[in-house]
Design a protein around this ligand. Structure first.
Ligand SMILES: Nc1nc2c(ncn2[C@@H]2O[C@H](COP(=O)(O)OP(=O)(O)OP(=O)(O)O)[C@@H](O)[C@H]2O)c(=O)[nH]1
Ligand SMILES: [Mg+2]
Length: 365
């Protein structure tokens, strides 16, 4: 095989694949990015407030914001807010899923079901779209990150938190946050963080793990990465109020003894959380969702389909009808079998393609 080499100005030969990262970059930018964040936890822990502080006001600079009082309400259904944001030509479709808080700390049987059902439904939709014809234009609504709110008044995770986390950790990237951290002293925050991390370890709960920082990153980035990792679980403070302090407008909470500045890193980990979600780990959260959580879901689906097909096959063999007395039900069963067989074929092809795609991206790297 002959490869035509291109001459550089310096006279050195090159083939041209060094431009691949640029091509990938240009293509991704053109396509835009999709990211979905969900908040989960007890009622009244400040989930809606934090979301508002994290994104809504900042992202909608020109939006008219109603009175604080109007905006503080108990979330009773899953609320989905989608916004298109753009920064230096890069477009992100950001979706926030605000969930109703767990109402009663003793019995949370049904509260978590709303959350897991929502996550599974998005996976199922993606799975269906991926097996369909128009695979190029699939909208990715899978939940890429779940902020789980831990109450500040306990000593560690409660049994109820552990139960909910166990139901979530294989489905979604969990990022733990200590809610209303302004109600704790610095020492109390540290103690609570340590206890939470111990509980996570003891109960084999898999929260989102920050990837190793590349060795060729600059020192400033490495330092930021170390700080982010050391802050988990993030102790956060939310506020919908803009206050004026020393001539400066800040988002804060006014108390008789002083003001808590949400964006002051001495007061809370709010900025670290936002940095991690938006600037440093958005893509990794997406990758882990795709490679680990969605893969789990897909494997389960495929094994269910095969199981189903096997059972149908057995049923067919056992009943062994002669052609003349095939009932309508049998015909339907045969039809379904055929559908499942076709779907399996399609899935196999899809897997092959995905394998190729992954292989290509490994080569890119
Ligand atoms: N001290 C303190 N209070 C907060 C903080 N964030 C929110 N609050 C207050 O907590 C109350 C509940 O806030 P929400 O944001 O509605 O809580 P939620 O978790 O969305 O509640 P549900 O919708 O019922 O699940 C409001 O009065 C907020 O002002 C915080 O960081 N610190
Ligand atoms: Mg709410």
């Amino acid at each position: 095989m002959s490869i035509r080499c291109v001459m550089t100005e310096a006279g050195r030969d090159y083939i041209g694949f060094a431009t691949l990262p640029d091509q990938v970059h240009r293509k991704s930018v053109k396509r835009g990015f999709e990211f979905t964040l969900m908040v989960v936890g007890d009622s009244g822990l400040g989930k809606s407030t934090l979301i508002n502080s994290l994104f809504l006001e900042d992202l909608y600079k020109n939006r008219t914001i109603s009175d604080v009082e109007d905006r503080i309400h108990k979330t009773t259904t899953i609320e989905k807010t989608t916004m298109e944001i753009e920064e230096r030509g890069v477009r992100v479709r950001l979706t926030i899923i605000d969930t109703p808080g767990f109402g009663d700390a003793v019995n949370c049987d049904d509260s978590w079901k709303v959350v897991t059902t929502y996550i599974d439904d998005q996976f199922r939709q993606y799975f269906t779209d991926e097996s369909g014809l128009n695979r190029r234009n699939i909208q990715d609504n899978r939940v890429h990150c779940c902020l789980y709110f831990v109450p500040p008044w306990g000593h560690s995770l409660r049994q109820m938190d552990l139960e909910v986390l166990k139901r979530l950790h294989r489905k979604v990237n969990i990022v733990l946050v200590i809610a209303k951290a302004d109600t704790l002293t610095t020492c109390e925050v540290e103690k609570l963080k340590t206890n939470i991390l111990n509980a996570i370890r003891e109960n084999d709960i898999q929260i989102y793990e920050f990837p190793e920082c590349d060795s060729d990153e600059d020192e400033e980035f490495k330092q930021q990465d170390r700080e982010l990792k050391a802050s988990v679980p993030f102790a956060v403070v939310g506020s919908n109020t803009i206050l004026e302090v020393a001539g400066r407008k800040i988002r804060g909470r006014q108390y008789p003894w002083g003001v808590v500045d949400v964006e002051n890193s001495k007061h809370s980990d709010f900025i670290k959380l936002r940095t991690m979600l938006i600037s440093t780990h958005m893509q990794d959260l997406k990758d882990v969702t795709e490679d680990v959580h969605y893969e789990n879901f897909r494997a389960q689906c495929i094994s269910q389909i095969s199981q189903h097909a096997r059972e149908r096959g057995k049923l067919k063999r056992d009943s062994a009808p002669c052609d003349s007395d095939i009932s309508a039900t049998d015909r339907l069963l045969l039809q379904k079998d055929e559908e499942i067989r076709r779907m399996q074929e399609m899935l196999n092809q899809m897997q092959e393609k995905l394998k190729d795609r992954k292989h290509e991206s490994v080569i890119d790297v």
